[in-house]
Design a protein around this ligand. Structure first.
Ligand SMILES: Nc1ncnc2c1ncn2[C@@H]1O[C@H](COP(=O)(O)OP(=O)(O)OP(=O)(O)O)[C@@H](O)[C@H]1O
Ligand SMILES: [Mg+2]
Length: 410
């Protein structure tokens, strides 16, 4: 299959200028010294995006995601390397990029459309669809500087998807819209995928990346540290987040460090995770049977207000369940020393398939992750019933014959 986008050894360096010396003396003193620092926002990034593929880009704040998208859209020129794009590209960059604040929504639609290569007539034809999709009928003649951030995003997304691009580039803007609009955007993105279009998509949401993307790239301080399946990319991204917070990657996890041993510098480590199935005789679970997941952990120092989190993902990476010990009514202080937490499902009401389970320890509000084990265990489920679909809900049917049939007289 042909490539829609080829990114070949792309680097982008920004020059950060120092404040200029104001007096002659200052300028003389500074003469000969560099007037700027260089910031390497992207360092030799290379990857190809095949036609019809959806690529996710994951990375912390400042890792270069938006810079990369701007280079792909041609808003910025790479300092080195080359980007080749085949087809018409529409981008939804950072909030408000591409809009003229003094102009109305209507004029901005025409301006944006013409920048994307549409004639006035072509824009006339899609104008109502854009306004309708953005739900901005009553505001379309207002200057966009009076729009809320959600309204900006709605307009930007509506323009990008209605100009019929071959390649859609979306920066992390979906997070701004409300939930209903987000769902509408995701539905539109999926429709795009079915039409065989190419999408490049920045998101902080691991679940969005998993459910939408075919592959994902992980950026860290301007370098591409990995590219792979969404599951692998999310795992790498989360591990690196933990490292940055002072914990080692999961592979070096604590099992080697015995309780009380020197060198265990972490507040809390999840040492092992197992399930009732992995402990039992058969490696598969019968749908509807009880199931449990246990994490063995060690808490080194007192932590106020922490929770253990469990997530269950389906085979396509879709999130089926996420909850934590606080939501399940348990106390939120971590017991010091060695302990274990067990999540018990009295019945596992899911149909055939493989389910991946992640376990983590976080502060109650989720700002700090003490430890996280992505897809640490999985369970294979067999279902012997006849119903199809994902769920195996307890269900019965009844049918009554011969009862009174009430007909309403006309
Ligand atoms: N125009 C610019 N001039 C100077 N530095 C810039 C410019 N644009 C971005 N940078 C810097 O480049 C680095 C990468 O920024 P970028 O916006 O690409 O990150 P990001 O991954 O999109 O982050 P976020 O998740 O916060 O959106 C940052 O250190 C940023 O400060
Ligand atoms: Mg950004």
């Amino acid at each position: 299959m042909a490539n829609a986008v080829e990114i070949d050894a792309v680097s982008k360096t920004f020059k950060l200028y120092h404040e200029r010396g104001t007096s002659l003396k200052e300028r003389l003193v500074k003469a000969g010294r560099s007037r700027y620092d260089e910031l390497k926002a992207l360092q030799s990034i290379s990857f190809d995006v095949a036609e019809g593929e959806t690529i996710g880009i994951l990375g912390r704040n400042g890792s270069g995601k938006s810079t990369l998208l701007k280079c792909i859209c041609g808003v910025l020129q790479p300092s080195e390397g080359e980007i080749r794009v085949r087809g018409k590209l529409a981008g939804l960059l950072e909030l408000g990029a591409g809009f003229q604040p003094e102009l109305s929504g209507r004029d901005n639609i025409y301006l944006n459309g013409s920048m994307l290569g549409l004639t006035r007539k072509e824009i006339d034809d899609v104008f109502d669809d854009i306004v309708g999709f953005a739900e901005l009928e009553s505001f379309i003649d207002n200057q966009v500087k009076f729009y809320s951030s959600g309204m900006y995003v709605r307009l930007g997304f509506a323009v990008a998807v209605n100009v019929d691009p071959d390649i859609l580039v979306i920066d992390e803007v979906l997070a701004v819209g409300d939930e209903k609009f987000q769902r509408k955007c995701i539905a539109r993105i999926k429709q795009f995928q079915e039409m065989g279009r190419t999408i490049i998509f920045v998101s902080h949401s691991a679940d969005q990346v998993r459910s939408i993307c075919d592959r994902a790239v992980v950026l860290q301080t301007g370098e591409m540290i990995g590219m792979g399946t969404p599951g692998d990319a999310v795992r790498l991204f989360r591990e690196r987040l933990l490292e940055a917070d002072g914990a080692p990657p999961a592979e070096e996890a604590a099992p080697e460090v015995e309780p009380g041993q020197q060198g265990d510098r972490f507040l809390l480590r999840i040492r092992e995770v197992f399930t009732s199935v992995s402990e039992g005789e058969s490696p598969v679970l019968e749908s509807g049977d009880p199931f449990s997941v246990t994490a063995v952990f060690r808490v080194k120092e007192e932590i106020d207000s922490m929770v253990f989190v469990i997530e269950v993902h389906g085979a396509k990476g879709e999130l089926l369940l996420r909850t934590d010990t606080n939501e399940l009514g348990m106390a939120t202080d971590a017991p010091l020393g060695e302990g274990r937490v067990t999540f018990e499902f009295p019945s596992w009401p899911l149909s055939d398939g493989r389910y991946d389970i992640s376990v983590g320890a976080q502060s109650r509000l989720g700002e700090t992750t003490y430890d996280w084990r992505e897809n640490v265990v999985s369970v294979e489920v067999v279902y012997h019933g006849k119903a199809s679909g994902l769920l195996n809900l307890p269900l019965s049917a009844s049918l009554t014959a011969g009862g009174p049939i009430v007909r309403k007289k006309l």
